[in-house]
Design a binder for this molecule. Structure first.
Ligand code: AMP
Ligand code: ZN
Length: 115
């Protein structure tokens, strides 16, 4: 837990967010600046700054993030048409909030490779 971390505060309920799912380990909420009609961030409640900081023992937690994203995509009707899941790691990849988050984007077609 990091006192000055935006996503730790969202996980603790100290900053409002449009939460779609919450349990003891994972929170999923709408991105405040959506890049697709459906843009959700799935985060661990525990503070991990970047994917580089995930360790042996975090497999279960990281797997829960991915499965949570897949379940939300299914529940919101994006499974058949498709959706994208992305971890940006460090500034060169576009990471701006240093608490890991899995982007879940759906509701539009997407290009590859990403910019
Ligand atoms: P990244 O650039 O991969 O670090 O993604 C950070 C994401 O967090 C961006 O898509 C932002 O729009 C989003 N974001 C920043 N602040 C908030 C907030 N208070 N609530 C929801 N999403 C946020
Ligand atoms: Zn944090």
């Amino acid at each position: 837990m990091a006192d000055d971390c935006l996503f730790c505060k969202i996980a603790r309920g100290e900053i409002p967010a449009k939460v779609l799912y919450r349990d003891d380990e994972v929170v999923a909420f709408e991105d405040i600046n959506p890049q697709a009609p459906f843009h959700v961030l799935v985060i661990p409640c525990r503070h991990i700054s970047t994917l580089n900081d995930a360790e042996d023992g975090d497999e279960g937690l990281l797997g829960r993030l991915v499965l949570c994203a897949a379940r939300l995509a299914r529940e919101h009707g994006h499974a058949a048409d498709g959706y994208r899941t992305v971890f940006n790691c460090n500034r060169g990849a576009g990471q701006t909030v240093f608490h890991i988050h899995l982007h879940l984007l759906g509701g539009r077609s997407m290009d590859w490779p990403p910019g």
